[in-house]
Design a protein around this ligand. Structure first.
Ligand code: COA
Length: 353
């Protein structure tokens, strides 16, 4: 990825944020009634106490529309000329979900595409959105991370069913200057496809279909080699975060808020310790929402901003790791906006542009 600076006035600047969770909340106690696990195991190994899950036909696109509406309300505009949707759980394998989301938001005609980088999806989407703005292809981009992740989880697999949750978060980015609040700093992205089997859905794609072997329902469930993922995650997130801070010209001591992908509280804590970022500078919502994959960072940003845990002009460090393997980090100064988050009720109408 090019490291050259965009022309003046064409820098990506966050100007709105929103998040939406499906109404159904599921506690650890509820999971213990159908899985061979305990509340103590889940909390001590992951930090998760509760999550929201879709039901009744609710899909990723539905969640994305709700978060998108809230982000546009936060930005005070519906004049968006591109929609980027980061997701692991598109409504269909084909076509992408973003065009449908755009149409449902009244944005028929705009550029709309999905980004697939599992839990790093939001950061890959952020870099893509910043590029659309820097190149002049778009003036306002709606970037959404949305997941109905529970739809790819084997309900009988205790190693994954306790970790993941569903939800959506979104930001609106506009063209602006690098020195104003909301400006997105350098994005650092990476991948290692040699480790693609650590997190995967074996079936459903071209390789499985062309093999001619019979498919089983289990082929289409998410699989994860948790211990290996943990080891690579800590190392990759730490490196990416250090590089992003360095390229921004910051020192780690100057980071006001560390907003990591909410994979597992132990991973976030281990990375923060390596970066020398003490608990007061970390934000987390994993206890209430679990790991929501590509939705996790924008969901946390919107909730933390709404709660005053991320404040205008705060120097924010974002970092994530996910299947692929993929990883990434980015810096951001937080804008002076009102962020909105909601659980299970439809937001107010978007104001006219
Ligand atoms: N309840 C009870 N026991 C469980 C369990 C559950 N929900 N899930 C797994 N176990 C068991 C295992 O079967 C294993 O039993 P064994 O020792 O008899 O074989 C034991 O707990 C330890 O399993 P292990 O996988 O070694 O645990 P861990 O301490 O590594 O924690 C994870 C498991 C998944 C929580 C941890 O590896 C992790 O968080 N990895 C990263 C996952 C992640 O963040 N993925 C998303 C990336 S974006």
């Amino acid at each position: 990825m090019s490291r050259s600076e965009p022309p003046a006035g064409r820098h990506a600047v966050v100007c709105g944020a929103g998040a939406w969770l499906p109404p159904r909340g599921v506690s650890n106690a509820e999971l213990t009634r159908r899985l061979d696990t305990t509340e103590e195991w889940i909390t001590s190994r992951t930090g998760i106490e509760h999550r929201h899950l879709v039901d009744g036909g609710l899909s990723t696109g539905d969640l994305a529309v709700e978060a998108g509406l809230l982000a546009m309300k936060s930005a005070g505009t519906s004049a968006v000329d591109a929609v980027v949707l980061a997701t692991t759980t598109p409504d269909r394998l084909c076509p992408a979900t973003a065009p449908d989301v755009a149409a449902r938001l009244g944005l028929t005609g705009v550029a709309a595409f999905d980004v697939s980088a599992v839990c790093t999806g939001f950061l890959y989407g952020l870099a893509s959105a910043a590029g659309l703005i820097a190149s002049g292809l778009a003036d306002h981009v709606l970037l959404i991370g949305a997941e109905a992740f529970s739809t790819i989880i084997d309900p009988a697999d205790r190693t994954t069913a306790v970790i993941f949750g569903d939800g959506a978060g979104a930001v609106v980015l506009r063209a602006g200057n690098a020195d104003e609040p909301g400006a997105v700093g350098p994005c650092v992205l990476g991948s290692d496809g040699g480790l693609g089997d650590l997190i995967s859905i074996p079936g459903g794609g071209a390789r499985g279909r062309s093999s001619g072997r019979d498919r089983t329902p289990n082929d289409e469930y998410f699989t994860m080699r948790g211990k290996d993922v943990y080891r690579h995650a800590v190392h990759r997130i730490t490196d990416a975060a250090t590089t992003a801070v360095d390229r921004a010209g910051w020192h780690l001591a100057e980071v006001d808020r560390f907003v990591p992908h909410q994979a597992n509280q132990r991973i976030s804590t281990a990375v923060a310790e390596r970066l020398g970022i003490e608990p007061a500078r970390q934000v987390s919502n994993i206890a209430r929402v679990g790991n929501t994959a590509a939705a996790s960072i924008p969901l946390l940003l919107a909730q933390a901003a709404e709660a005053g845990q991320v404040r205008p002009r705060d120097r924010v460090l974002l970092a994530a790791f996910g299947g692929g393997l993929t990883w990434g980090a980015a810096t951001l100064s937080w804008p002076d906006i009102t962020a909105y988050s909601a659980i299970g009720s439809s937001p107010a109408a978007v104001p006219a542009a």
